[in-house]
Design a protein around this ligand. Structure first.
Ligand code: UTP
Length: 173
């Protein structure tokens, strides 16, 4: 069965980036002019995913807004002749189908993924985290999906970290 949906949990508190994340969702912190979440959604698109499910929480609505159309702004930009800017806003809004579900309390990443169960249904799905921006000629998620299609088993992407930093990262045993 093909993977069509990607769950992207974005309901965490982002405490490691305080004070920036007091009011701005961690996932919208930009790398120059592109928010981290947009890179992650782009990876999903480039991997062949056709629907993104955001698991959102309090104060995170602007993440969904980022992928919406914004006709008022487009109109102003058009009047000013800023065609390229209009084009890039349209491309962003047309990038992918977005749906969302709330995680009422930040009860952890596993719980966040569980919140998407009804939207995912009974089919294999991808999970992407907006903290992980991976530059690769073949998108990392595409590589994982290819392994899944071959093995028909869950696949995780891992990165080796220095021994003394292990406690700062998630550990897979
Ligand atoms: P992190 O482990 O980075 O947690 O979550 P966090 O809360 O965002 O950040 P810190 O550790 O406080 O700085 C990985 C991903 O899982 C989501 C986050 O939004 C992030 O994208 N997440 C985490 C949830 O959706 N819900 C949670 O309860 C926890």
């Amino acid at each position: 069965m093909k993977i069509r949906k990607a769950v992207i949990p974005v309901a965490g508190l982002g405490t490691r980036f305080l004070p920036a994340t007091k009011t701005v969702p961690k996932e919208l912190l930009p790398i120059v002019d592109i928010p981290a979440i947009q890179y992650v959604v782009q990876e999903a698109v480039d991997s062949g995913i056709s629907e993104v499910i955001f698991v959102t929480g309090r104060g995170k609505d602007s993440i969904e807004d980022h992928f919406d159309e914004i006709p008022e702004l487009e109109q102003v930009l058009e009047e000013r002749g800023q065609k390229e800017a209009v084009q890039s806003l349209r491309q962003l809004a047309e990038m992918i189908e977005v749906v969302s579900v709330r995680q009422k309390k930040p009860l952890g990443l596993g719980h966040a993924v569980f919140c998407a169960r009804d939207l995912v249904g009974d089919e294999p799905f991808a999970v992407l985290l907006s903290d992980d921006l991976i530059e690769a000629p073949v998108p990392c998620m595409r590589q994982l999906m290819e392994i899944f299609e071959e093995k028909k088993e869950s696949v995780l992407a891992l990165r080796r970290v220095p021994e003394d930093q292990v406690r700062r990262y998630g550990i897979v045993q």
